[in-house]
Design a binder for this molecule. Structure first.
Ligand code: DP6
Length: 352
């Protein structure tokens, strides 16, 4: 199977650059993959999570977004070359309303956004998407926010987007309390450790958007799974142990914690009522290959988000062998190898 990106990153960035001028800004942001997952909100409207999470920002599949203030009566949203409709559009409009309220401005905006990777397939497109939108919209509306404030803003578009503001290994603190106190204390920040320089082999077994959104799956799981509370408790331990493993640059420990955290999260979905099952036979075939690689002495561990695609953490040196092994499983899977990527940036000559 050949992997076809929706819009090549360089072309998307060129289109956006060509469109920028006064009162407009363009930004680029990369997806992040959580090694300790965010799965469950304690406050739906403020996007306050139940647990803290920890991720690695990638250097593939970026989103490029431009925001231009306009005279018109309504926001317009173009997504991957077509007019956005439905919930994708509503989420962006609501987010722009939040930016406008924060900035004390009323102008509507034209948003043009493009993903270089698959959208809604558990490959963190909403993380890169809202990180790019928050960065561009804050600049276009003249909001001057530091990294912490920008991560809190991006969090309100999609929780995982808070982490894509930063490069490398990033934590998103659950924070404490409700309302404004909770909002202020729930932010993301980079934690260093990038010298470890691991690879993440992304095994794409299905590029199509999932039937149940991660937001709905998360809601259903927290509300109905009898296993949810025990996963959340163990995830807090995973978070502490993961930070220590990153600090001592211990890739096998990082991999082990990431894999158990992700499989535990899927166990909570499988026990939701009704169950949510993102794992397909192809996902399981990749998981089996990861076990076989480990049996051969290769440091390779899997993590999976709200979709069937599997990401395999390994050393940079082992990545070609890991990718070749997975590619060799058959036509149903194709791989892209990612490394540690940078935080969100404004594109040149835009913003204020
Ligand atoms: C499985 O950040 O997409 O990828 O906050 O509702 O937009 P919303 O959810 P989203 O959920 C991501 C879930 C995850 C785990 C993670 O990235 O930590």
């Amino acid at each position: 199977m050949t992997f076809t990106p929706a819009v090549p990153a360089d072309r998307a960035a060129d289109r956006v650059r060509a469109a920028t001028g006064p009162d407009e800004a363009a930004a680029l942001a990369y997806p992040n993959i959580a090694l300790v997952k965010y799965w469950g909100k304690r406050d739906e409207s403020l996007f306050l999570p139940v647990t803290s999470s920890l991720s690695m920002t990638l250097d593939i599949f970026p989103t490029t977004t431009t925001v231009r203030l306009i005279d018109g009566p309504a926001d317009t949203v173009e997504f991957n070359g077509a007019t956005a409709t439905g919930s994708a559009r509503t989420r962006i409009e609501r987010f722009l309303d939040l930016v406008r309220t924060t900035a004390g401005r009323t102008e509507r905006a034209m948003v043009v956004t493009a993903n270089a990777g698959p959208t809604g397939a558990g490959l963190a497109s909403s993380a890169s998407g809202f990180a790019a939108l928050a960065t561009a919209a804050a600049a276009a509306y003249g909001l001057e926010l530091d990294g912490r404030a920008l991560s809190r803003l991006a969090r309100r578009g999609s929780g995982s987007a808070s982490r894509s503001l930063f490069g490398g290994f990033v934590v998103w603190h659950a924070g404490e309390g409700d309302g404004a106190v909770g909002d202020r204390s729930s932010y993301a920040e980079p934690i260093g450790g990038d010298e470890l320089d691991p690879a993440l082999v992304v095994a794409v077994v299905n590029q199509t958007a999932k039937a149940v959104s991660s937001r709905e799956a998360m809601r259903r799981t927290t509300a109905t799974s009898p296993c949810y509370r025990s996963w959340a408790d163990s995830s807090m331990t995973d978070f502490t142990e993961m930070r220590a493993a990153i600090a001592r640059q211990d890739l096998p420990a990082i991999g082990e914690i990431a894999e158990r955290n992700a499989l535990g999260m899927h166990a909570t979905m499988l026990t939701a009522r009704p169950a949510v099952r993102y794992l397909s036979p192809h996902s399981l075939a990749v998981l089996d290959a990861v076990l076989a690689l480990r049996a051969d002495g290769i440091t390779a561990y899997a993590t999976i988000d709200a979709g069937p695609n599997v990401k395999v953490l390994c050393t940079r040196a082992d990545a070609p062998h890991v990718a070749a092994t997975i590619d060799g499983l058959g036509d149903f899977v194709t791989t892209r190898t990612a490394h540690i990527g940078p935080g969100a940036t404004l594109l040149p000559d835009t913003g204020r």
